[in-house]
Design a protein around this ligand. Structure first.
Ligand code: OFO
Length: 173
């Protein structure tokens, strides 16, 4: 049995993961409209991942006799000045999600809710990986710089990153 306070906090996390999924889906649409195939694929995969993170929380709430709430998600930003600006936004959002997971863990700990504390550990590792991934992408974009054809090379890099992520997911399944 979960406390009402924890149930509310987990529902807020559901909304945050759902929001991330929609932000990344909107980013995929923008990348597609810019002809960035690698970035489009990357953002679609990220969006699906975030939906899975949301569903994991949904299922957990059901397991512990809580009630999951389907979030109302507002229209995300639809256009970006550059790919770099877009990935900076992704990184910022991931940091926000990490901070929120840390708060949930602090609450679980305060309530002596070992089950939720244990459940949330998966998100701790996931957030470490996501933040690291986004930081490495931003580093690559910086290295490529703004010379001629830079967008082409950035997109190629992101396509390779996406393929590596898909391969890693395949190995873990
Ligand atoms: Fe759900 O991991 Fe990113 O936000």
């Amino acid at each position: 049995m979960i406390s009402k306070k924890m149930e509310k906090a987990l529902n807020e996390q559901i909304a945050l993961e759902g929001t991330a999924s929609f932000i990344y889906l909107a980013m995929a649409a923008w990348c597609d409209s810019e002809g960035l195939e690698g970035c489009t694929q990357f953002m679609h995969r990220q969006s699906t991942e975030e939906r899975e993170h949301m569903l994991r929380l949904f299922e957990y709430l059901s397991e512990v006799d809580g009630v999951a709430i389907t979030p109302a998600i507002k229209q995300p930003q639809r256009t970006y000045k550059s790919v770099q600006e877009m990935f900076k936004k992704v990184y910022e959002h991931e940091k926000k999600v990490t901070a929120s997971i840390n708060k949930l863990i602090a609450l679980a700990s305060k309530e002596g809710d070992q089950t939720t504390f244990n459940f949330l550990q998966w998100y701790v590792s996931e957030q470490r990986e996501e933040e690291n991934l986004m930081r490495s992408i931003l580093d690559k974009i910086k290295l490529i710089g703004e010379g001629p054809h830079s967008l082409y090379y950035i997109d190629k890099e992101i396509l390779a990153v996406n393929a590596a992520e898909l391969a890693a997911e395949g190995e873990n399944n």
